[in-house]
Design a protein around this ligand. Structure first.
Ligand SMILES: [Zn+2]
Length: 149
């Protein structure tokens, strides 16, 4: 399995899984037929909340049963144990992120207090988004360790 492709209803789950390092494609709008085509071409497992896809297509999939995000994550983690590194992927576009070698580069791109309080920064070579171990990240990590315990 190369990774996942999540259906339109699973945008939040897709972001969380990317945060955990999973390779997850997600499109806000995509036809089922197209979704299936990509899944087959790239050997991805379709994550879906909709029984319609597995009913109409023979394709590798996992049907998410839970409604809330924490239970959804638990389901996926149980079925597909994580192998990738936490925080190794852009949560917006799924591209592996890279550490910025010279932190001066980000000086004008982040708020001053962020620059002063963080030594390490990462960026997404695809969409340009910057990452650092800020409050948002730490909250996600804490929530995740609660989910996993
Ligand atoms: Zn990105």
């Amino acid at each position: 399995m190369k990774g996942f492709i999540a259906d339109c209803m699973l945008g939040r789950l897709a972001k969380w899984l990317r945060f955990m390092g999973y390779d997850v494609l997600y499109f806000r709008e995509i036809e089922d037929r197209e979704l299936v085509k990509i899944a087959r071409a790239e050997s991805r497992v379709i994550l879906t909340r909709d029984g319609g896809i597995p009913e109409r297509f023979r394709v590798e999939h996992y049907l998410i049963k839970a409604e809330d995000i924490e239970s959804q994550l638990r389901e996926v983690l149980k079925r597909f144990p994580p192998s990738a590194k936490l925080k190794s992927r852009c949560t917006e576009c799924n591209t592996p992120i890279q550490e910025i070698q010279d932190r001066e580069e980000v000086k004008d791109r982040v708020p001053e207090y962020v620059f002063l309080h963080h030594r390490r920064f990462w960026h997404c070579p695809q969409c340009g988004r910057l990452y650092w171990s800020g409050t948002h990240y730490r909250n996600m990590e804490e929530r995740l360790s609660r989910i996993c315990s």
